[in-house]
Design a protein around this ligand. Structure first.
Ligand SMILES: *Cc1c(COP(=O)(O)O)cnc(C)c1O
Length: 383
């Protein structure tokens, strides 16, 4: 037995979360309704966006944004290879072509110079992933999009509450997707929110999120037709969120500030405790951002060690510390092996990255223990 067990992630469910869900259960309405509307309003509040749509995942939100903009066959969407697989899946679902961009070595966000090289007359969207909770280089990406009819879709799954030059994630592009997956900064169990200032986009995404049913079509019929009539005006999806889940998300997002403060404290402590370990590098945090610290990612200096990343992870596990890797790059998955990828920084980073335990409930003792294990493994295996 190791002296301590530190899981990679742990949900921050408190008694008020439980009470909120129970109250919704007792209310008699558990599918999409007023709680989802509240969740949409909360995400508009934290992002500064005007309109929001609650759905059952960030994956659905990303897909709906692309469909809302009528992205399809013949179009290209540029996204970083260093992201979650579903970012590529949703592009392919629309019939468009995913084009994989490289990352900046220092902070692992999408590299605008790589994006610039990949832009073609077919480019319609750039997906700006706010990696680990650090907003992407938005000014540079905006400059590339400007005048070219290219939309910027923020993947803000890691970044609720993050700021870029004082503006919140979710207000930095043409639309943004947030995730409420269990390990994210705030959760509803499963869920996602699409936000945008573009009312037409959100209206269309809402229609497509519920089977392509028109909310308005049946209102055209007279009262004698009854309320049973609806019209499916376009082939849609079943992406709506339930009130039962949304109520948890609402209660959590109201604590976002406090939850992110705890993550920021944890990141600061990791940084300080690992500063002297020469085999381990922290990612840089650019001065114009406020980081949301969804992940605490370190890069191993493999040239200074006799072991590889997989062994490092194994040795941490033996000491009771669970870690992860964010991400296995898109083009490394069998499903996406046919996507062209000349991505030296992504491939180099992938060999070296480890995500250390990170959540709001991490204690100082947990962090000190994890840091001690990391330094010990680095020291014992240095070259
Ligand atoms: C988690 C995640 C997603 C997908 O979120 P879901 O809500 O699980 O669909 C998308 N992008 C990134 C970067 C993520 O980390």
């Amino acid at each position: 037995m190791s002296p301590r067990e530190v899981p990679f992630a742990r949900v921050a469910i408190d008694e008020t979360d439980i009470a909120a869900v129970v109250e919704t259960l007792r209310s008699g309405w558990i599918t999409t309704g007023s709680r989802v509307a509240e969740l949409e309003a909360e995400f508009c509040r934290i992002s500064g966006a005007r309109y929001g749509l609650g759905v059952n995942s960030a994956t659905a939100a990303l897909h709906l944004a692309l469909l809302g903009w009528r992205i399809g066959p013949g179009d290209e969407v540029i996204l970083p290879a260093m992201t979650f697989a579903s970012c590529a899946t949703v592009v392919m679902e629309t019939g468009a072509t995913p084009v994989l961009a490289d990352i900046c070595a220092d902070d692992m966000t999408i590299d605008p110079e790589s994006v610039e090289r990949l832009i073609s007359p077919r480019t319609r969207v750039i997906m700006a992933v706010h990696y680990a909770g650090q907003p992407a280089r938005m000014a540079e990406l905006q400059a590339l999009a400007e005048g070219r009819n290219i939309k910027i879709l923020e993947d803000a799954a890691h970044a609720p509450g993050a700021l870029y030059k004082e503006s919140p994630a979710g207000s930095l592009g043409d639309a943004a997707a947030f995730s409420l997956y269990a390990t994210k900064n705030v959760t509803s169990g499963e869920g996602g929110v699409l936000v945008s200032d573009d009312e037409e986009l959100i209206d269309r995404a809402r229609m497509l999120s519920l089977h392509g049913m028109s909310r308005d079509a049946w209102k055209r019929y007279s009262a004698t037709e009854g309320t049973w009539r609806y019209e499916v005006i376009e082939r849609g999806y079943k992406y709506n969120l339930s009130d039962l889940l949304a109520t948890l998300g609402v209660n959590q997002v109201r604590r976002l500030g406090e939850l992110n403060v705890a993550r920021t404290r944890a990141a600061g402590l990791y940084k300080r405790l690992l500063a002297d370990v020469e085999q381990v590098e922290a990612l840089s945090v650019r001065p114009e951002v406020t980081h949301a610290w969804h992940l605490y990612v370190v890069k191993l200096r493999l040239d200074r060690m006799r072991i590889d990343r997989a062994r490092f992870i194994e040795l941490l596990r033996e000491r009771g510390v669970d870690t992860s890797v964010h991400f296995i790059p898109i083009h490394h998955h069998p499903a996406f092996k046919d996507i062209p990828a000349d991505l030296p920084e992504t491939d180099a980073a992938f060999e070296r990255i480890i995500s250390l335990p990170m959540y709001s409930g991490l204690s100082d003792e947990d962090i000190e223990y994890v840091a001690a294990c990391v330094s010990e493994i680095a020291r014992e295996n240095r070259r």
